[in-house]
Ligand binder design. Structure first.
Ligand SMILES: [Zn+2]
Length: 392
C-alpha cells in the first residue's frame, strides 16, 4: 500500500521522539542545518523523574555513542526559560460546581469531569485523555502515545487543519507523541506526561519523510508557517521548541511574505529581541517541532480537585535539613530531590512541578521563601487520590 510505504520512515520519529538529534546513517544528501547553539547541559539533580528507562532504539538505526547533550529532551530548557506565554483563564462551567458535587462526580462519574491535566508536563498525569483520532490532514504515528486533553487535541487539529485548508494538496502531516492514555512517563521523553505536549513533523517540499533535517530546500515554509502562526494566534500555546536553523528559515519565509518584523521579533527567540519569545531552540528539534499547549480547563479542574479531594498520606518529610544525599527517597515517600540552581525560587518550582509553595515548604521544614543554591530540597509529587497507576 502506497501510504504504508511512504509512512514507514516516519515511524522512526515515533520511536525516537525528541531525542533523535540527527538523521539515521542512511542519511539524505541534504546537509543538516547548523546546530551551533547548544542548550545548557542538564545536571543530574535537576531531573526529577525516576531514572528513565532506556529508549527503545529504532530498528533501522545503528547504536551510536551518546552525544554530551543527548539527554536533553523537550522540557529542560523550558524550565529555566523566561516566562512562558501565560495561560488564558479557564471557562469550564464545571469549575462553578460545588465541592460536594465535584466529589460526587469524582467518585461516581469521572467521565463527566472531562479531561484533567494533573501536575506538570515533566511530572504529571492525564485523566480522561482523548485520542488524537484520524483525519485526511494528519497521520498519528503511535496511537497509544497520542492522547491529550480535549483542549490539546482540539488545538493540534486546528493548527494542522488551517494549513490543510490553505494547501489542500498537502500530504498528511505526521503527529508523533502527545501523551500516554493516562499520562505519566512516556519513553523516551521527560515531558509529554500531562496531555499538553506534542511532537509534530515539519511540512516538507518533497512529501513527508521523517528524520530529515530541514534546510532551505526541504522545509516547506508556507505550510509550516501557517501551522505555527495558527498555534500562536488561535490556540493557548505555551511554547514551541524548534531548532534555531529552522527558526531562521521560517523567519525568512514569514518576512518575505509580509509578516511584520515586530511580530516576528516577539515570537522567535532566534531574533534575539524578546527573551520570553515562545519559539525557542532546543537540541533535536530540527526534524520535528514540539508544541506545549496550555489546557486552561483541564489544568484548573485538576488543581481544584486536588484541593477538594482527600489527599493520600505522603511519607513524613525529613526531620532535618542535614544529610541530604542523592539516593532515592525512602520507600513509600512521594518526594523527589532537587538541587537549587541560580534562578530557582519556590514559586518557580511550585509552578514547574504542579505543587503549592506551602507543600514544598512543609516537605522541607522551611518557614521562609529563600532557597540556598546548591542545596538539595524535596519536592512532593503531585497526585490525586484513587488514580490509576500511570501506564507506559
Ligand atoms: Zn517532544
Amino acid at each position: 500500500m502506497a501510504r504504508g510505504r511512504a509512512l514507514a520512515p516516519l515511524l522512526l520519529i515515533a520511536a525516537a521522539g525528541c531525542r533523535v538529534a540527527r538523521p539515521p546513517t542512511a542519511a539524505p544528501s541534504a546537509p543538516p542545518v547548523a546546530v551551533s547553539e547548544v542548550a545548557p547541559a542538564p545536571t543530574a539533580s535537576t531531573v526529577p523523574a525516576p531514572a528513565a528507562s532506556a529508549p527503545s532504539a529504532p530498528a533501522a538505526e545503528a547504536p551510536r555513542p551518546a552525544a554530551p547533550d543527548e539527554d536533553l529532551d523537550d522540557d529542560d530548557d523550558g524550565m529555566t526559560a523566561p516566562p512562558h506565554r501565560p495561560s488564558p483563564a479557564p471557562t469550564s462551567p464545571l469549575l462553578a460546581l460545588s465541592d460536594g458535587e465535584l466529589q460526587k462526580r469524582w467518585a461516581h462519574d469521572k467521565a463527566s469531569l472531562g479531561s484533567l491535566s494533573v501536575g506538570a508536563p515533566n511530572l504529571g498525569l492525564l485523566i480522561n485523555g482523548v485520542p488524537m483520532g484520524e483525519s485526511a490532514a494528519w497521520v498519528v504515528l503511535d496511537p497509544a502515545g497520542a492522547y491529550g486533553t480535549e483542549e490539546t487535541v482540539r488545538s493540534i487539529a486546528r493548527i494542522i487543519e488551517r494549513a490543510h485548508e490553505k494547501f489542500p494538496d498537502t500530504k498528511p502531516l505526521a503527529i508523533g507523541h502527545i501523551s500516554a492514555q493516562h499520562g505519566g512517563h512516556l519513553s523516551p521523553h521527560k515531558s509529554h506526561q500531562a496531555g499538553r505536549d506534542v511532537d509534530i513533523a515539519y511540512y516538507l517540499t518533497q512529501g513527508q519523510r521523517g528524520l530529515v533535517a530541514e534546510t532551505t530546500t526541504t522545509l516547506s515554509g508556507a505550510e509550516t508557517w501557517v501551522m505555527v502562526k495558527t498555534a500562536l494566534l488561535e490556540t493557548p500555546v505555551e511554547m514551541i521548541f524548534m531548532d534555531n536553523g529552522v527558526q531562521r528559515l521560517l523567519v525568512d519565509h514569514a518576512l518575505a511574505h509580509g509578516e511584520s518584523p515586530e511580530f516576528i521579533d516577539e515570537v522567535f527567540l532566534v531574533r534575539g529581541k524578546n527573551p520570553a519569545a515562545p519559539i525557542r531552540h532546543l537540541h533535536g528539534h530540527h526534524n520535528h517541532f514540539h508544541v506545549r499547549f496550555h489546557s486552561p480547563n483541564a489544568e484548573a479542574l485538576a488543581k481544584r480537585l486536588s484541593r477538594v479531594l482527600p489527599t493520600p498520606k505522603r511519607a513524613p518529610p525529613p526531620a532535618a535539613q542535614k544529610g541530604h544525599g542523592h539516593g532515592p527517597p525512602p520507600a513509600g515517600a512521594s518526594y523527589f530531590e532537587l538541587r537549587a540552581r541560580s534562578g530557582d525560587t519556590l514559586v518557580v518550582w511550585a509552578k514547574r512541578y504542579g505543587v503549592s509553595v506551602e507543600e514544598i515548604q512543609r516537605a522541607n521544614g522551611l518557614t521562609g521563601n529563600s532557597l540556598k543554591i546548591g542545596h538539595v530540597y524535596r519536592i512532593p509529587r503531585p497526585q490525586l487520590p484513587q488514580l490509576p497507576p500511570p501506564r507506559r
